[in-house]
Structure formats: C-alpha cells, structure tokens
Design a protein around this ligand. Sequence first.
Ligand code: BGC
Length: 742
Amino acid sequence: MKFKLLTAAFAALAITGSVRAAESPEVEARIDELISQMTLAEKVGQLNQLSGYGYNPDMVGQIRAGMVGSLLNEVDPEVVNALQREAVENTRLHIPLIFARDVIHGFKTMFPIPIGQSATWDPAIVEQGARIAADEASSAGIRWTFSPMVDIARDARWGRLAEGYGEDPCLTAAMGAAAVRGYQGDDLSRPNTMAACVKHFAGYGASEGGRDYNTTWIPEPLLRDVYLPPFKASADAGAASFMCSFNDINGVPSSGNTELLRGILRGEWGWDGLMVSDWNSIGEMVNHGFAADKRAAAALGASAGVDMDMEAHCYAAHLADLVEKGEVSVATIDELVRNVLRMKFRLGLFDNPYVDAASMRRFYAAESLEAARRAAEESAVLLVNNGILPLATTGKIFVTGPMADAAHDQSGTWSFDMEKSHTVTPLAALRDMYGADNIIYLPGLAYSRDRDTSKFDEAVAAARGADVILYFAGEEAVLSGEAHCRADISLPGAQTAYLRALKAAGKPIVTTVIAGRPLTLPEESGLSDALLFSFHPGTMGGPALANVISGRVAPGGKLPMSFPRMVGQVPMYYSVKNTGRPTYSMTLIDDIPLEAGQTSTGCTTYWLDAGLAPLYPFGYGLSYTTFEYSEPALASSEIAADGTLTVSCTVTNTGDRAGSDVAQLYVRDLVASLARPVKELKGFEKVTLAPGESRRLTFNIPASDLGFHNLKGEKVIEPGEFHLWVDNSSDCKKQPVKFSII
Ligand code: BGC
C-alpha cells in the first residue's frame, strides 16, 4: 500500500481543518497529571477492553488491580454501577470504566436496520434514531456504542451490509455523520449520550467475494474516493472513537496498519479520538500471517496506534514486557493511554461515573415508537405497482408468508436488547387496521428457509376466498449481519414456489419482501401486482407497512444499493466506469442465432444472460404520486477549482396525492487523467409535496467535491467539462446539463 507519506508540516496543516482540536488545555493537563502517576501496569490496564460477565470476584479483582479500561456487553445498570464503583472507589487512581455495547439500530426500540434507515435518504431520521438509541442505552449505563458502520458495500452477498448505509460514499457519509450527531448530541458529557464508534476502518466492505472477514485489494484512488469519505465525514462530525477493521488491505491488516491509522486518520485528518480494535483483531494478525505470535501482534497494534485491545488480551499479556525490553516505547504507550483517558473525560465520566437508571429509563416511550414507525414507513421502497396499491378494499384480505408474523426476524441483525413482545408485526397491524374478521391468515411457510410445500394447497384455497393476497416474504434476521453471507441471494426456501402457487388463486398479489440485503427478485417482480421492499424494519415495522399498503402514508424510500437481477452480476453499483466498450446495444442469450459468429453479439461489456443493468437501480423507488424535475439551472457554467457549483431545480408533485421524493444530483467528469465513473452522487434532498405543489431546491457543491485522488493518493481537481443531472434515480436518462471547471 502506498499511502501518501506524511510530513510533519502537512500533518500540522491538516490539523487546522474542520476536525475538532484536542481537548481543552485543562483536560489535557489533567490527563498529563494522571499519566505521570500511573505505573506501567496501570497504563496497560487502560488499554484493555473485556467482555463483561457480571459482578463476580474474578472481574472485581481485575478491575481493582487496574487491569481493565472498558467493558462491553454489560447491560444491567445495577451491575454497571457496581463494577464502576470498584473502578472509581477501589483503584489507586480512581479512573472510571467505559461501558460499551453494539447498539446498532436501537437498544429497546428498534429502528429499521441501518441499510433500511439509509433507504429513507433522510439524515434527520438517522440522527433521531441514534438519539433515541442513546437515550435508552445510556439509561442502562451504556456510554459507548460500536456504531455507525460506514463501510461501503457493493456486493449483496456480504451479510454485513445490513449494518451500513449501502454502496455510495456521498449517501453513506451523510448518514454516518448524522448517526454520530445523534448518539453524541451537542455535549458528549451529558449522561444521556453515547460516544459513537465509526467502523470498520477501513475497506471491510470490499471483502473478496462478499465473504465476511475476507481479504481486500483496494487501490489508492478507490480507497480515498469511495471507502474513506464516510469515515472522514464522521470524523468531521466529531466522532469520539473509531474501530479498525478485521480485513487486510493489500496485505496489511488494519489492526497493524500504521499508514492508515496514524498517517491518514490522525495525521492528515487531525483526529484525536480513541481507536479500538475489533473483537480479537489484534490477535488475529497471527492468523493473517502478519504477526508471528500474540506478542508480536501486540507490538504491531500499539505501534500502529490501536489504543484499546478488544478481547484479544494481547496488550494485557505482552505490552509491559515489550516496553521493558525496549521494543515498544513508553511514549507510544502514553499516547494510547492519553487517547483513552481523553474519551473518558469527554464523556464526563470522571465527574459523573454512575448511571441513574431510575430517572433516565425511557424504554419504548410513545414518541420513540412513533419515530421508529415513521422511520420504517420512510424506508419502505415501492418497486412495482400496477395500480393495486394503495389498497382499496372493504372485503377480505388473505395475509400470508413467513414474514407476516415474525416479530424476532423483522427486527433484523444486532437486536440483542429488544424484547420481541414489544414488536408489532404486519399481521397484528393489519388486523388492527382492517378488523380481525376481515383478515384470513395462514403462513403457508413457517419460516423463510422452510422448504415444506405441504401447506400450499390449503393456503391457495383460503386465498380464493379473499379479495387480495398480501404475501410477506423475505429473510430471517439470521441470514444477514456479521458472518452471515450468502452465495445465493434469492428468496430462501420455497418462497418463490409459494408465490407461483398463490398465483393460481387468481387474486391480486401484493408482495412485501422483508430482508437484510438486496435480493434477486426478477420472477417475484413479474408475479406480483405490487412489490414493496422493506429492509428489516424493526419494532414498528408492522404498523409502518400497513400504513404504506393502505395508503395512509405514501412510500418514499429509495434504494441505497443497486438490486441485481441475478447474483452473478455482483459486485453491482451504479457508479461504474464507461470502459472502452460501453454497451450501446446487446444481444441476449435467447436471441443469438445458432452458429452465430464469434463477434456477432457486438463485443461490448455485458452478460449474455443478464444484460448489464440491475433489476432496480440505486436511488430508485416509486410513490403513489408522480414527480417532475425541471432542467437544472446553474448559477454559472464555469467554476474555479476553489469555487462552488450552485445548481437549482424545481421539483413538482404532478399527481393527485401528497408524497415524498428524493432529488438526486449526479455528475460525470468527462475527461480526466484517470477514467471517472459514468455517474457520481454529489448531493440529495428529500422533499414532501402536496398535489400540484412545487419546490425550488438549490445545491451548493464545492469544486473540491468534484475532484478525485490520483494513483499517488493526491487530491486533484482538474479543469474540464462535466455533465450534471438532477432526478429521482441513478438511471436518469435525461439530457445532462454541462458545466466546466476552469
Ligand atoms: C464486530 C464489531 C463489533 C464487535 C463487538 C465484532 O465481531 O465486527 O463490529 O462491534 O464484534 O461486538
């Protein structure tokens, strides 16, 4: 990896940028004072993070001996306070612990999984979800969440994409920064905040073949233009901590990647937060074949700037010895300790170490449930509608499918702390909305992977007695998330066969897919009269989907990832290169004449059996109304390299219902010293409009956002012509507007 070498002068310049400076001089002085009093063992203790296992003699002994800096996975406030008391009252220096947890899309009240929140294209919703999560989790004593995940994901096989914001750096950056603001609020020292932890630094989503934890090869321009911008935006939003990733980039595991952690993050960006390893990732450098043993791994991690060792026990076992033998300097250890203590000060833990559970506990508050419902409504993406939606029926509704009443599964991955008794399923919501007597329910399949077709006949017979079929298909929660990748991303089990069977009932079918990743749905799209897609929508998913289906609210979600037709198309993303052989025309497999000549299909870039396009493109999503966009107007068609592009456009609701849409601004740099993508998102705005209403939108895009990184990792803003579109999907086919950087 050839990251740009960092000079002291460059680093100093970078620090004057928008990233927050080090804490106040008083706090830094208190940190100095503490460090000067600490033994080597106490310093190493601050760098050690363990998974909690209750208030027990072993843990208490370690805490009293100053061997623990932070605990994760302890969620009982009584236990949190008891353990904290041991640290604060029974250690020599009274340094508090930080209690951490993966609060990923809610603590008790579950919002949609992050990829679903991204489908709202509304950062305010993400911010609000993070705020509610912080409010609930902090009342259990959790002051540090391992969220947001801002890893770019372009391969729908990778189960972990559920936890991020999709394929695009601009959208992911906006959502990541919003989550940081929501968790941390204006003042991180308030007891109802959590420190955000932006992860996984970096490139984790580029894992080869969509297999979790796998190797990545990321050239410098791709790293800096696609994978890093969401991290930079989150750092600029004030993120108190980062987590380094499991993967290696170009052979260097992140936990030992000095250029990435020190060179880019701390040096170029001037970030001064806490870097925690991923679970055991320091130790796993041995498996990577990058460290000979755990002792060497500890030395590599500390030297690279990983401040805290999560559960690898490498620092605890070896750092003191490494320092004593002169292999790691005291100055290095002091720097790591400083970063840990700084976050404890930022969280106000020295002044206010305990949780007052009684006064703060606000689980499942009415306004939180309401916000979660709104988020789930806004995240639902309408993919197909032949006019059946919004549903106009006064008759019987046949509700079916394995996701119609799956309270556990609709919450999605990372739902450790919710109680499913609080989750409202589509079945419950529809019974409530239409009256239980009007709902006929048979699941047809017991769970998403179910292959037992023996209930189909009975279900089809029941469907015949209804006006409409609402089929809830999808993936169980466990089929996506960390370590849950799939090589086949179609509907699992016999769900497609069931849809074929239901067709025989001769009733309109509204299929709602509830899943943790984009799925390949070409057949389902054709068989359904309407197809609604909801990434696992959380606690209030049922009422939200019932509201969308019934038309009480109009769907306004847009895809945060391209949906492939078939899995062989992945990785799939809109922001591709034109290539030297763009696809002007193509002959698909069934149209190729027998014994056709070698070159008869045209020699352009596409698959004979899948074409080139996704089934549904990034940014796509229908409403119950229609929108029109005026031609974008530029304040000037020439901008300086240090100037700003100002673009205005009017969006009009041309239908007869209220609805929301997302104006998306894309550009293409036509000729550059490196080939540039055919489209790149540079701005977006969600608008809600009454029938006939128009809104003038203005985007201000700094010219620096139109630049890119060259092969040396340098940012360049080259003069030349650009194309620009403002529309509501990445596959906008309108004539572009032109402008130039001069
Ligand atoms: C995940 C992290 C998570 C950590 C702690 C790891 O396996 O990759 O994202 O925060 O576990 O639970």
